[in-house]
Design a protein around this ligand. Structure first.
Ligand SMILES: CC(=O)N[C@H]1[C@@H](OP(=O)(O)OP(=O)(O)OC[C@H]2O[C@@H](n3ccc(=O)[nH]c3=O)[C@H](O)[C@@H]2O)O[C@H](CO)[C@@H](O)[C@@H]1O
Ligand SMILES: C=C(OP(=O)(O)O)C(=O)O
Length: 434
């Protein structure tokens, strides 16, 4: 288990470029399985989850070539579908959440897709029913081995149909979509997730020859085609990283410019940080955050305490609520953070409380933060990161705190943040990997 040692309390300054989006990359990489032709992907983040997925694709027989630091070409001409029956696959497949999205493309192209219960963060129950209900509707036969937690779908033909998803699952929508693009006839997916990363996947599939209507909405109409070809695709900047850097700037009273953010794709993210009182300015396609002595949380119109909660896109992403929570600890005023989607994602507040934050964990989904308004700094402590976003929130807390902090289990952070310590050091942070 790796650790970060951080000496906090330093103001940071400078420019930072967000990495390519983790959660887009996981979808796009799985889509290369849909074609025997070459697919070139640019702006791929160099993070643990992506490295693991690329290695899984290689084990499946995909030819992978690194063209540049963040650019790869993939060719899934000779896929070894028998690899799905191996013990090695059962072990590797469960090491990350994104691997679930190989199932749709493999089912569409080779008539079967298997996956062990995927890993990812321990942030509550994470069911896969939406994925497999969708495959079943397309005509696949579903089997589940409860002893090994192994999911299997098989089909000689997939047939388009109408389906209303039980929830707007992000990876579920991507998975079903990638199966439907090569099914016979028309598939309609209602209550589809529609976040920018899914829009990016749809656009890539269209460039490969797929026929998809309704991109960007929760109603997708897909006309199946027999064959998809190669393409080039460039990943969007990672909106969760962008939000994390906004929070970092506010919490450490730093002047930071976040470059090339694809502002128009950020949805509610800038607005929600503004409601915490944080000043941020759009400058072309950059976000400039000035050094701020203090920030005051907005209230609702009637003067009652602001609630910030998550919702499927175009709502506010659950992946930034941990960051919102940590930034609120030094705001003027109070805010209720309501994590509706995941049931174990707020438990890390214990560590913030140990650092001196004033937080009441009302229940597993809700925490009230009473901002300190800088009346006292947080104090550095030793802690362990339970998940990727809590990890970065603790890192932000540590960078703002007095004294030394140690964060263990930083592999969680490495899952999704590229070379984070060096990028932060370039802004002036005192952080060392141990
Ligand atoms: C690899 C990847 O892309 N991971 C992201 C993806 O995970 P993932 O695709 O696994 O998450 P889902 O969208 O399936 O669901 C996330 C959670 O929200 C709940 N839920 C979802 C939709 C809904 O309408 N109602 C509802 O309650 C689900 O039961 C689940 O607990 O989307 C999540 C939700 O944005 C993000 O946190 C993850 O970072
Ligand atoms: C929860 C997340 O990731 P995953 O779905 O890969 O666990 C995340 O990116 O915040």
């Amino acid at each position: 288990m790796g650790s970060f040692e951080i000496r906090g309390g330093k103001k940071l300054k400078g420019e930072i470029i967000p990495q390519g989006a983790k959660n887009e990359a996981l979808q796009i990489l799985c889509a290369v399985l849909l074609t025997p032709e070459k697919v070139v992907i640019k702006n791929i983040p160099d993070i643990l989850d992506v490295q693991k997925l690329i290695s899984l694709l290689e084990d499946l027989g995909v030819e992978v070539e690194r063209l540049d630091k963040s650019e790869y070409s993939f060719c899934a001409k000779n896929v070894d579908i028998e690899y799905l029956n191996s013990e090695a696959f059962k072990k590797k497949g469960r090491s990350l959440r994104g691997s679930i999205m190989i199932v749709g493309p493999l089912l569409a192209r080779f008539g079967k897709g298997y996956i062990p219960k995927p890993g990812g963060d321990k942030i509550g129950r994470r069911r896969l029913d939406t994925h497999f209900e969708g495959f079943k509707k397309l005509g696949a036969q579903f089997n589940y081995n409860p002893t090994e937690h192994f999911y299997m779908v098989e089909a000689s033909n997939l047939n388009g149909c109408y389906m209303h998803l039980d929830e707007a699952s992000v990876t579920g929508t991507a998975n079903i979509l990638m199966a439907a693009v090569m099914a016979k006839g028309t598939t309609t997916i209602y209550n589809a997730a529609c976040e920018p990363y899914l829009q990016q996947l749809c656009k890539m599939l269209v460039r490969m020859g797929a026929k998809i209507d309704g991109i960007g909405s929760n109603l997708l109409r897909i006309e199946g085609v027999d064959y998809l070809g190669g393409t080039e695709h460039t990943m969007l900047p990672d909106m969760i990283e962008i939000g994390s850097f906004i929070g970092l700037a506010a919490m450490t009273q730093s002047e930071i410019t976040i470059k090339n953010v694809a502002y128009d794709e950020l949805g509610l993210i800038p607005e929600i940080f503004r409601r915490l009182g944080i000043k941020l300015e759009r400058r072309g396609d950059d976000i400039f955050i000035p050094e701020q002595e203090s920030y005051e949380v907005d209230t609702f119109i009637d003067g009652s305490i602001l609630t910030i909660s998550d919702a499927p896109w175009p709502g506010f992403t659950p992946d930034l609520l941990s960051i919102i929570l940590v930034v609120a600890t030094q705001a003027k005023g109070s805010v209720l953070v309501h994590q509706k989607m995941f049931e174990s994602r707020l438990f890390f507040v214990d560590k913030l409380i140990d650092m001196g934050a004033q937080i009441i964990l009302c229940d597993p989904h809700r925490a009230t933060v009473i901002g300190l308004n800088r009346s006292q700094n947080l104090r550095g402590i030793e802690m362990t990161s339970p998940d990727i976003r809590a990890g970065v929130s603790l890192l932000i807390a540590a960078l703002s705190a007095d004294g030394k902090s140690t964060i263990h289990n930083i592999e969680q952070i490495d899952r999704g943040y590229q070379d984070i310590e060096n990028r932060l050091r370039r802004l002036g942070a005192d952080i060392v990997r141990k």
